[in-house]
Ligand binder design. Structure first.
Ligand SMILES: [Fe+2]
Length: 309
């Protein structure tokens, strides 16, 4: 089997709508619990986020209970810890980078493209989720496109249409580093959900900013998000960031796309500022300082566990 397989006909829904996929990554030696415990200890501390998994889809960020464990302990005790964890930017570790780049190339070929870069898939990243039984990832959206591959245990992802502003208002689409990802959720949203029930070997394509929440089943679960951004996604991310900053300055902005020339000016300003800030962001302590300076101390919320000292 190829690493990622897409059913015939699904490619016509790419990149605007979600669809189920199959993959051959379950059982890969880099994705076992032992390998992930080692990985959790290797990543910079701000690349590892974890908390109790006993959450609800509408959990308020400030009410998320912390866990008194180290990152490696969370992975090793995942069968009993009632925990939820994400290992971020695993592509910074060479073996994982090779794994993810290969899988993404394969997915692009399954979509009828020559490869990931020929398909305009930029800035690829990997996120690995390790969660105890009955753990919930609350309602949120991600600012990238995603081949989500499910590796161990049962899991259900509830996915919602990102064009429906009754679910996520425009203001909540805006984003800045350190903003807590959880969005407002109401139970009546559920009538609009498309539910992807997954076992190892299953997965889905999740389009840019489609809201979702996730629940594991009666066993612990491991999944990996293989993400990238298209040119359009990069441009929208710049706009959502600038608009969030302007809103903080009490200057709320028009919706992206309403005034393309003005959007263009904002994207250019954002790109210029990024060229200054990006080299600084290579160090963890600088990333932390930048988040605190621009967005307040709350933006470093994932340092709450005991390793913080
Ligand atoms: Fe997500």
């Amino acid at each position: 089997m190829t690493v990622i397989a897409i059913e015939r006909g699904a490619e016509s829904r790419f990149p605007d709508e979600p669809f189920a996929i199959r993959h051959g990554l379950s059982g890969h030696h880099l994705l076992s619990l032992d390998a992930l415990a080692v990985l959790a200890g290797r990543l910079d501390r701000d690349r590892v986020e974890f908390n109790s998994g006993k959450l609800k889809p509408d959990q308020l960020p400030e009410d998320v209970p912390a866990l008194d464990l180290t990152p490696a302990e969370v992975v090793r005790k995942i069968e009993t810890a009632d925990a939820w964890m994400v290992l971020k930017n695993v592509e910074e570790i060479p073996e994982y980078r090779a794994l993810i780049a290969g899988a993404l190339d394969d997915a692009a070929k399954a979509l009828g493209r020559k490869g990931a870069s020929a398909a305009g898939m930029r800035d690829f990243q990997g996120f690995i989720f390790v969660a105890s039984a009955n753990a919930v990832t609350p309602f949120h959206m991600d600012y990238e496109e995603n081949f989500f591959v499910h590796l161990a245990g049962p899991k259900a992802m509830h996915v919602f249409d990102n064009r429906d502003r009754s679910l996520v208002p425009e203001e909540e689409m805006e984003v800045y580093p350190g903003k807590h990802r959880n969005l407002r959720y109401r139970e009546d949203f559920e009538a609009k959900a498309r539910v992807f029930e997954m076992l190892p070997g299953d997965g889905l394509f999740l389009p840019y900013t489609w809201p979702h929440w996730v629940r594991t089943g009666d066993r612990y679960a491991i999944s990996m998000a293989i993400t990238w951004k298209s040119k359009r996604d990069v441009r929208l991310n710049g706009l959502y960031f600038v608009n969030a900053v302007m809103r903080k300055m009490k200057l709320p902005q028009p919706v992206p796309g309403r005034h393309p020339w003005y959007d263009g000016i904002k994207v250019a300003a954002y790109s210029a500022a990024r060229m200054v800030v990006e080299p600084l962001r290579r160090s963890e302590s600088m990333r932390r300082r930048l988040r605190a300076v621009f967005f307040g101390r709350k933006a470093n919320y994932y340092y709450r566990e005991k390793t913080e000292g």
